[in-house]
Design a protein. Structure first.
Length: 296
């Protein structure tokens, strides 16, 4: 029986285990263009995957296969049934271990890890630093197509406590037990940058830019002690509150959730609709300024 995988692995670990029969390596890259002003645009990461990927890696399309394509917001969590079908087609199921990576900041990989955990699958790690770290460590890449994996039976067991809807977030405002965390850049949090239908942040939410979790030198996460210090300073390790992370569309928020899991906290939730859904509803409150309550 294989040993349970750690939530974060490095290139050296993956190099040692790349040929393991129970290991599924997944490229979860999605393309996201965020201009200085105006809405973001989304594209599939499949062309880049086909150009170069870790040998044997499969591709997870977070915009189609692992999203509710009938929803108004991109990346909306699909039904457990749809998720199970597509996870199984990638060879993910009982007895398998998964390493997710991407060619960007790592937050597409953390989104896939969070989504697998949402559906009850815990044996999944993120490759620290993604493809960039893999190549920097001398890891080989290829354009050769990965043979179709043997389909697995993925049994989904959703953990609803890891997911928040717009209605649930609205009901939690001011309850004293929920700590909303906006992981966007400070200018967007303050309302100085126009990306969504309305500007600002959800009242009461603190700002912890997800970029602060990254080591600018390596592109991976900060060392564990530094991560814990950043999280503790933001009040996220307080057992008296439940962190709920949000961003623009529920992707970068999973980076914070992943960091919290590395600090021993697995109960943080993601507001899936995030600012895209919240700002689109003019009946929902937004505030501007530096403070959680909007004091400019």
């Amino acid at each position: 029986m294989s040993t349970r995988i750690d939530p974060l692995v490095d290139a050296a670990w993956l190099s040692r285990h790349l040929g393991d029969g129970d290991l599924v390596v997944v490229d979860a890259t999605t393309l996201l263009d965020i201009p200085e002003e105006g809405p973001y645009t989304v594209g599939s990461g499949r062309p880049g995957y086909e150009e170069e990927h870790i040998p044997g890696a499969v591709f997870a399309d977070l915009t189609t296969d692992f999203a509710d394509t009938g929803a108004s917001d991109p990346w909306t969590v699909p039904s457990s049934e749809k998720f199970a079908v597509h996870a199984g087609l990638l060879g993910i199921g009982e007895g398998k271990r998964v390493v997710a990576y991407d060619r960007s900041t790592g937050f597409w990989a953390t989104r896939l890890r969070w989504h697998l955990r949402l559906e009850g699958f815990d044996d999944v790690a993120v490759l620290d630093g993604g493809l960039r770290a893999w190549k920097a460590a001398g890891g080989r890449v290829t354009s050769e197509p990965t043979p179709a994996p043997i389909a697995a039976a993925f049994q989904a067991h959703r953990r609803p406590e890891l997911l928040r809807s717009t209605e649930e977030v609205a009901r939690s405002l001011g309850d004293g037990r929920t700590l909303l965390v906006n992981v966007l850049d400070p200018a967007t949090y303050r309302g100085d940058r126009h990306t969504y239908a309305r500007d600002g942040h959800i009242p009461g939410s603190v700002n912890l830019p997800v970029s602060e979790l990254l080591d600018p030198g390596t592109g991976g996460l900060r060392p564990a002690a530094e991560l814990r210090e950043v999280l503790d300073r933001a009040g996220l390790l307080d057992p008296g509150v439940r962190p709920v992370a949000y961003c623009g569309g529920g992707i970068a928020a999973t980076g914070l959730v992943h960091a919290l899991s590395l600090a021993g906290r697995d109960d943080a939730a993601v507001y899936d609709g995030s600012m895209t859904a919240w700002a689109a509803d003019p009946s929902l409150p937004l505030v501007t300024g530096d403070s959680p309550d909007g004091d400019a």
